[in-house]
Design a protein around this ligand. Structure first.
Ligand code: PEP
Length: 251
């Protein structure tokens, strides 16, 4: 049985004070829920302060990106060692905004995924097609290449613990959510790709989230789909009430 995971991706939002305030309140609220993993992914500056606030609670901490090297002359970058020291359990890799604005490729994401596992961080690898690719009927081909290349060289034991987020780019921050059936169909494809590339047992353990304009009102329908194991939430995760509405809608 896969435990659903609801992740808040705050992107470049929230100062340290705002992130801490949110997590102090989330920590009180989270005591009332079970059977769902709750993860917050603040900006780098807020990781350590948030880690102190959620210590010994059920809330997990994730970063939004990292470099694959432990240290070096990479101005502006943050390493897996640094994220681990800051208290991170997870790291989001290959978000479409990283691919679009910072030129990240599947090869780079693959290097980062290997480095994450080497440092005991669990990657959340993001995949998803752009609007013109969906309209050209290329969704399956695009997602297949992203999954196969990003996971290349990982072991089956690593894949068991991995999280993949299927985020159609046209649904991110646009208010347009994929239909429950469309999301399920691509996520089912992703699970079958992992079964082929690794083995069916790992594919069954792997958790696959949906991301793209998830809100309290559309969560239950998405989560009722057989292969959807949670959500990666951007805009609606910035407000505690709406983030909590999403967590509570997971059954
Ligand atoms: C995201 O940032 O991963 C995301 C899905 O954003 P939003 O929920 O705002 O569409």
């Amino acid at each position: 049985m896969r435990k659903p995971i609801i992740a808040a991706n705050w992107k470049m939002h929230k100062t340290v004070a705002e992130a801490v305030d949110f997590c102090v309140k989330l920590r009180e609220t989270v005591l009332t829920v079970s059977g769902v993993e709750v993860l917050v992914c603040p900006p780098f500056t807020a990781l350590s302060p948030v880690s102190a606030v959620i210590k010994d609670s059920e809330i997990k901490l994730g970063a939004q990106n990292m470099h694959w090297e432990e240290q070096g002359a990479f101005t502006g970058e943050v390493s897996p060692l640094m994220l681990k020291e800051a208290g991170c359990d997870y790291v989001i890799l290959g978000h479409s905004e990283r691919r679009q604005f910072f030129g990240e490729t599947d090869e780079v994401i693959n290097k980062k995924a290997r480095a994450a596992f080497a440092h005991d961080l669990l990657p959340i690898i993001c995949v998803g097609e752009r609007l013109e690719q969906r309209e050209a009927g290329e969704t399956e081909a695009v997602v297949t290449a992203q999954v196969n290349n990003s996971l290349s060289g990982l072991t089956a034991a690593q894949v068991d613990k991995l999280v993949i987020a299927y985020e159609p780019v046209w649904a991110i921050g646009t208010g347009k959510t994929a239909s429950d059936e469309d999301a399920q169909s691509v996520i089912k494809l992703i699970r079958s790709l992992v079964a082929e590339q690794f083995n069916p047992a790992s594919a069954e353990k792997l958790r696959i989230q949906y991301g793209g304009s998830v809100k309290p009102g559309n969560t239950a329908g998405l989560m009722a789909q057989a292969d959807i194991d949670g959500a990666l939430v951007g805009g609606a995760s910035l407000d505690l009430e709406s983030f909590w509405g999403i967590v509570k809608a997971v059954k």
